[in-house]
Design a protein around this ligand. Structure first.
Ligand code: UD1
Ligand code: MG
Length: 524
């Protein structure tokens, strides 16, 4: 199916007139997260905070990307190796401030020329378009430094943009160093910047630690350059929501809701129906085709793709799962699965990795499928476990069939041929093969191959031990019911032979017991 390009995979919006270096600051601990996981590694709808920031910078096609690591450096490095193997991790052993962090980062790229873009690692809602516009404005203006700013309702804790009477940037003042008048300013530093590398290096060498935190502030670069007569600029973000940082888990949850709304709106505008956007959580990495329908309380995660006309939900979680055109998935959980076009899943199915359902296949209620192919039009409607199996086209697997794939040491495969019919409550004990068009009688434990067109049956002959209940369970509800039934039958066939005495065994000498009543062997 042709997956629609997700909103996060847009084309680069700016040309590349300059060489660029991106620096992401990710050494801080994020104390208020109260977590063993470094703050920048917390997940948010398909990417970590750091992953979101890197992807916002991706359209710049930077020559090099440097990530300053510190707290949890090993974990952050390992994550970078996965998501951005070309990025250069640089260790800031002690967090001596954002200015110090950038100074260390630039030591790793001594030959950098052109523009250096610095982004705080904790602003995951920043959009690629905004970063591109910041850099574009900076380069067009030939500024020495440009800061991304935003007007916010509550500026508490953030650096304030201090402008001169003519509107030009004078300096950036941290809240704890600000005068009461400066604290009243609601235009804040959003934590993303563009710099001319030569002038940035020069200013970083002049930073002092003469402030409330005793740190080297990157933000002081603006005041220094301004005093030296260098042009410094402010670029205002179109929406302050993009610039929201994340300091604790309450803020993280708020960011998640904001990102959810942005993603959901994007999909609805491309022609996807979301029946309840507030309870629909779609990772940025997911792709949905036009006219897909997502019903309420549904999570679509990772590399999930949903085809045109498919209906997913309510109450569905899909992780790395591909759903074909016109398929339905209802109240189910799937990880690493494929659901073919027109196939039907659930309610209450569990598809595990490498469960592959062909077109129009059906996996129904309380069915678990793992590492198996369910052929075109094949049905596994109820209460079954299908593990390590290949099920042919249009085969019918009766209720409570178990594919016994594990002997405690090894896993083995079961093959069920095209058009085969497996009776209810059957164990197919792998490795075993049921041939094309073969039947298996309900209640069988199949350990040997069943040839094509044959009936496989392992049932013991049925016995009826007459009068057993009256003798062994006298006075019970069953005994009373049996007595009434037997009396009624006697009355009806007066003169008929009396019930036999003792423990006579009426063995059913019909070895296949019930095989002639094929309709009893499976459910549909
Ligand atoms: C910073 C800005 C503030 C701005 C705010 C926006 C400074 C001095 N202040 O404040 O003006 O409004 O961001 O969110 O820059 N980091 C390091 N090494 C360090 C210190 C920080 O890598 O030594 C990283 C952190 O991991 C974080 C980023 O830099 O990703 C920003 O640091 P943080 O401590 O959050 O700065 P704020 O106080 O938020
Ligand atoms: Mg911060």
């Amino acid at each position: 199916m042709a997956a629609t390009v997700s909103p996060s995979r847009r084309e680069p919006l700016v040309s590349q007139p300059h060489l660029r270096t991106v620096v992401v600051l990710a050494a801080g601990e994020g104390k208020r997260m109260k977590s063993a996981l470094p703050k920048v590694l917390h997940p948010l709808l398909g990417r970590t905070l750091l992953g979101h920031v890197l992807s916002a910078a991706a359209p710049l096609e930077a020559d090099r990307t440097v990530v300053v690591v510190g707290h949890g450096a090993d974990q952050v490095r390992a994550h970078l190796a996965e998501i951005a193997p070309d990025a250069i991790p640089v260790l800031q052993a002690e967090q001596l401030g954002t200015g110090h962090a950038v100074r260390i980062a630039l030591e790793a790229v001594p030959d950098a020329t052109g523009t250096v873009v610095v982004i705080n690692g904790d602003v995951p809602l920043l959009r690629p378009e905004t970063v591109s516009a910041l850099v574009h404005a900076h380069e067009q203006a030939g500024a020495a430094a440009t800061v991304l700013a935003a007007e916010v309702p509550d500026p508490t804790g953030l650096g304030r943009i201090v402008r001169a009477a003519d509107g030009r940037l004078e300096q950036i003042v941290e809240e704890r160093d600000a005068t009461p008048a400066q604290r009243a300013i609601r235009e804040i530093n959003a934590g993303s910047y563009a710099f001319d590398v030569v002038r940035l290096r020069d200013a970083l060498g002049k930073l002092s630690t003469d402030n409330d935190q005793g740190e080297e502030y990157l933000t002081d670069v603006f005041g220094l350059l301004n005093s030296a007569g260098e042009p410094v600029a402010v670029h205002v973000a179109p929406d302050h929501v993009e610039t929201l940082g994340c300091n604790d888990r309450v803020e993280l949850a708020a960011l998640r809701r904001l990102l959810r709304d942005r993603i959901n709106e994007g999909w609805m505008r491309t022609g996807v129906s979301l029946l309840d956007p507030e309870t629909t959580w779609i990772d940025v990495t997911v792709a949905l085709d036009r006219d897909a329908v997502v019903d309420q309380n549904t999570q679509l995660r990772g590399a999930t793709v949903v085809g045109s006309g498919a209906v997913v939900g309510p109450d569905v979680t899909l992780v790395d799962t591909v759903v074909g055109e016109g398929a339905t998935v209802l109240r189910s959980h799937a990880v690493g699965a494929e659901v073919g076009p027109g196939a039907s899943v659930g309610p209450y199915a569990y598809l595990r990795p490498a469960a592959r359902l062909a077109g129009k296949a059906k996996v129904g209620t309380f069915v678990e499928v793992k590492n198996s192919e369910v052929g075109p039009g094949a049905k596994v409607p109820h209460l079954s476990y299908v593990g390590d199996a290949t099920i042919g086209a249009k085969a019918n697997i009766g209720a409570a069939t178990i594919f016994v794939n594990y002997d405690g040491v090894n896993k083995s495969r079961t093959v069920v041929g095209e058009g085969a019919f497996i009776g209810c409550d059957t164990s197919l004990i792998a490795p075993v093969e049921v041939g094309a068009g073969a039947y298996v009688a309900a209640g069988s434990a199949i350990t040997q191959d069943v040839p094509p067109g044959a009936l496989g049956v392992t049932r013991a002959p049925q016995r009826a031990i007459e009068g057993w209940v009256a003798r062994k369970r006298p006075g019970t509800v069953s005994a009373e019911a049996a007595e009434r039934a037997l009396r009624a039958a006697e009355g009806a066939s007066s003169g008929a032979a009396a019930a036999s005495e003792g423990e006579a065994i009426h063995g059913d000498d019909h070895a296949l017991g019930g095989e002639s009543r094929g309709g009893d062997t499976a459910t549909d």
